[in-house]
Ligand binder design. Structure first.
Ligand SMILES: [Zn+2]
Length: 367
C-alpha cells in the first residue's frame, strides 16, 4: 500500500498538556508518527510518498474561516500572556454562555478569551509550529485522497496531529483541523454522491459527527468507548442518529469497559453492514488504534490480532478508501498495529510482533 507522510508534523512538539489542572508530559507527540513511519518503511509492501501542498480551499469547506484565521496567529498573540511554551485556554465557551443558542462575539481584544472561544479543553496545546503541522496533516490526507481518486483502492495518510475531535468551529482533544472530514468533503466536492466515514478510534469523533450531523450524504459510523465514562463525554451516544436531512446518517456504537476482540469486532461488523446498506461510493477510515489493550488511554481488551481483522473487514467492502491516522499512544506497538490494519485491507498476511507483552507492561493514563 502507498502511504503519505509530511515532515511538518515535527513542528507540533508540545512538552506538556494540562489534565485535571495538572501539567503532565504530552501524550500526542512526534515520536508517535515516527514509530509508525519506521515500521512502514521497513516493509517492502509499503511505498512511501511525500505529501504535497493543497492550500486552504478544502479546509475552508469544512472549518469556519474565522477559526482558521485565528489559528494561524493565535500562538504569537497568546505567547506574551502565558508562562509555558504551550498555550491553553483558561475559560471555555460553555453552552450556558450561549444567548438564544448563539455565541456572542469573538472577544478580539482578549487573546486568552479568543483561545477559549475556539478550544474546548486543556489537553490541546498550541506551540509555535502547531498551525503549520496541522496544515501538513491536511496535506497528507489530501495527498492520499489524490492517489485514491486517480486509481481507486486504498491509501494511508500518516496524519499528525489527529483531527476527529475538531469541529467546524472548535479545536480540542489533540485535534485542530479535521483531516478525515476534509477528505470526505473533497470526495463529495469531486462528485461522490455518498461517502462514509468509519471511525474505529477508542474515542468518539465528536468533531466529525458534528460537521456532518445534518448531512444525508456523509454517513458517519463510529465504534468507541461509551462517553458515559470516556472523553469526549458529551457526544457519542447511541441515540445520536443525525438531524433533519441527516437523520439516519449517523451511527454510534459505544463499547463497555473491558470490551474484548469479539465485542469490538462485532461493532465494526455492524458499522460496516450499515455502510453497505446506505450505499457509500467512497470510504474514509478514521484509524485510531488506542482501543489496544496496552494503550495508556484504553480500558478495552482489544488484542494485537484484532487490528488485522479490522483491516480485512474494511478491505472486503472493496471501496476506494482513504485511511487517516487518528489516535494510538502505545508507541511500542503502535507501528505494528497500524501496519496490520493496512495489511488486512490489502489482503496481505499480518506482521508478527517480536516481543511478548502482557498487561503488566501497561502504563494507564487518563482512564
Ligand atoms: Zn483516541
Amino acid at each position: 500500500m502507498e502511504w503519505i507522510r509530511s515532515e511538518q508534523h515535527q513542528l507540533h512538539n508540545p512538552a506538556l498538556e494540562i489534565w485535571a489542572g495538572t501539567p503532565l508530559e504530552a501524550t500526542e507527540t512526534p515520536d508517535r508518527a515516527e514509530t509508525i513511519a519506521a515500521r512502514l518503511a521497513s516493509d517492502a509492501r509499503f511505498v512511501e510518498l511525500e505529501a504535497t501542498s493543497h492550500g486552504l480551499e478544502t479546509v475552508l469547506r469544512v472549518h469556519d474561516p474565522a477559526m482558521v484565521a485565528w489559528f494561524e496567529t493565535c500562538y504569537e498573540e497568546c505567547a506574551p500572556w502565558v508562562e509555558t511554551r504551550e498555550i491553553f485556554p483558561d475559560t471555555m465557551l460553555h453552552p450556558g454562555l450561549l444567548m438564544g443558542g448563539k455565541r456572542g462575539p469573538e472577544p478580539m481584544d482578549a487573546p486568552l478569551g479568543r483561545l477559549g472561544y475556539w478550544c474546548f479543553d486543556t489537553m490541546t496545546p498550541i506551540v509555535p509550529g502547531t498551525y503549520q503541522a496541522a496544515l501538513g496533516a491536511v496535506d497528507t490526507a489530501l495527498s492520499a485522497y489524490d492517489l485514491v481518486a486517480r486509481r481507486g483502492g486504498a491509501a494511508y495518510a500518516l496524519c499528525r496531529p489527529p483531527g476527529h475531535h475538531a469541529a467546524r468551529s472548535m479545536i480540542g482533544g489533540f485535534c485542530y483541523l479535521n483531516n478525515a472530514a476534509i477528505v470526505a468533503a473533497a470526495m463529495r466536492h469531486d462528485g461522490a454522491e455518498r461517502v462514509a466515514i468509519l471511525d474505529v478510534d477508542y474515542h468518539h469523533g465528536n468533531g466529525t459527527q458534528a460537521i456532518f450531523y445534518e448531512d444525508a450524504d456523509v454517513h458517519y459510523v463510529s465504534t468507541h468507548a461509551d462517553p458515559m465514562r470516556a472523553f469526549p463525554y458529551f457526544a457519542g451516544y447511541a441515540n445520536e442518529t443525525g438531524l433533519g436531512k441527516g437523520e439516519g446518517a449517523n451511527l454510534n456504537l459505544p463499547l463497555p469497559k473491558g470490551a474484548t476482540d469479539e465485542l469490538f469486532l462485532g461493532a465494526v461488523r455492524t458499522g460496516i453492514e450499515a455502510i453497505t446498506q446506505r450505499g457509500a461510493e467512497q470510504l474514509v477510515i478514521s484509524l485510531g488504534v488506542d482501543t489496544y489493550e496496552l494503550d495508556p488511554l484504553s480500558d478495552l481488551c482489544v488484542s494485537r490480532s484484532a487490528f488485522h481483522e479490522v483491516g480485512k473487514l474494511i478491505g472486503e467492502l472493496g471501496l476506494p478508501t482513504v485511511v487517516v491516522q487518528e489516535g494510538g499512544y502505545d508507541t511500542e506497538d503502535l507501528g505494528i498495529n497500524v501496519a496490520n490494519v493496512l495489511l488486512g485491507i490489502e489482503g496481505e498476511n499480518p506482521l508478527t510482533a517480536d516481543t511478548v507483552r502482557d498487561a503488566s507492561s501497561k502504563i494507564a493514563r487518563h482512564v
